[in-house]
Design a protein around this ligand. Structure first.
Ligand SMILES: [Zn+2]
Length: 368
């Protein structure tokens, strides 16, 4: 057996609608494709079609290609032409966004994908898949949009989105990462996910659980629980700074004191903060296999751990990594290179792969 390493790249500007698509999408992805080509590696671009369609609308309405819509189309076509893959990512808050002060002010009523009405989900998934297939079949007639990632990984409650994906012929979701939890502008708890690595057919009302009859398969982003100091890489600090400079409303979520705290509300807050600090330092946290934020050494060590744990599997398994074009810096380029070199030289165990490499039925029947 081999591990097929799938590099998924979220292709988008900042979540608050700020930033230049040329600087955050087109240019870094160009450098990344060149780097991957040097190692015979394959990239899977998860294109946020919601924002790309909004960029197109701006061009239609103003006659100005301020958001580089044409360059984005050309880049996606070039990626497919040169053996990489492009699949669907959606940030629905772009659809109703308004162009104000040089950027796209998000429609926060549609921020949480999983909580959109079923008919709305069906509409946007269908539109996104059709757009990709119309664009990319001109390049490669056999192209099909088969995989999806939700905005902010938000897949639960699952009823609406799972049905929309299945009804539109999308057979893979790659949003879940085991141990991941959020409680804010989106809310989910993936700590009970079926696996950190092995795909499973998802239950229609809960993406974390398995249903052998399902036609949608979860390919989880590989994740481990690690102590906080594993998160201290140069690239991750860069990402944190960029995030601070491009904030979302209500992003800093701090619970309010209960009425019973009365005059002790200040003390209640301080106790809460100390407890969170203790959990941060002493606890273990969801550490996604992120090829823009982990160091090359961390990535190599992680796939070695995976080989030890899963190397006896009967047939090929995916290792799904996540990255973001907007944080692909020169530092990151240098830290990623040893990992690509390691994989290229370990062909007995690892191969560069895409979602198209797998016959999905075996994940329904095989015990895992
Ligand atoms: Zn995204």
């Amino acid at each position: 057996m081999k591990f097929r390493v799938i590099f998924t790249l979220d292709y988008e500007i900042h979540g608050n609608g700020h930033g230049s698509p040329r600087k955050l999408m087109v240019e870094p992805t160009e450098r990344m494709l060149a780097l991957f080509d040097r190692y015979g590696a394959r990239l899977t671009v998860m294109a946020d079609v919601a924002e790309i369609l909004r960029f197109e609308r701006h061009l239609d309405e103003t006659g100005r290609d301020l958001f580089d819509y044409q360059a984005i189309r050309n880049q996606l076509r070039k990626a497919v032409r040169s053996g990489h893959d492009v699949q669907l990512h959606l940030h629905p808050s772009y659809y109703g966004s308004r162009f104000v002060g040089g950027h796209l002010e998000q429609n926060f009523a549609e921020y949480d994908l999983a909580r959109l009405p079923p008919e709305r989900l069906d509409q946007i998934v269908s539109q996104g898949k059709t757009w990709l297939e119309d664009l990319l079949r001109a390049e490669e007639p056999g192209y099909s949009c088969i995989a999806f990632r939700a905005a902010n990984w938000s897949m639960n409650p699952a009823q609406g989105i799972v049905k929309a994906l299945v009804d539109n012929g999308i057979s893979i979701d790659t949003s879940v990462f085991k141990y991941g939890t959020r409680n804010g502008m989106v809310s989910f708890d993936y700590s009970g996910a079926h696996s950190d690595l092995v795909p499973w057919p998802v239950k229609s009302d809960d993406v974390c659980r398995r249903d052998p009859q399902s036609r949608l398969f979860e390919f989880p982003i590989y994740c481990e629980r690690r102590p906080i100091w594993h998160f201290l890489t140069a690239n991750r600090v860069y990402r944190a700074v960029v995030g601070r400079l491009n904030p979302l409303p209500k992003e800093d979520f701090e619970p309010s004191p209960p009425a019973s705290a009365g005059n002790g509300a200040g003390a209640w807050r301080i106790t809460g903060r100390l407890k969170r600090l203790r959990d941060l330092v002493l606890g273990r946290h969801a550490w996604k296999l992120d090829f823009n934020q982990c160091s090359g050494r961390q990535l190599i060590a992680a796939v070695e751990r995976i080989r030890k744990r899963h190397g006896q599997a009967a047939s090929d398994l995916p290792i799904v990594l996540i990255g973001h074009s907007k944080i692909f810096t020169g530092v990151n380029e240098r830290s990623l290179e040893p990992f690509l070199g390691f994989l290229a030289g370990a062909g007995d165990s690892f191969a560069f792969g895409t979602f198209r490499d797998f016959a999905l039925e075996r994940f329904a029947s095989e015990p895992v």
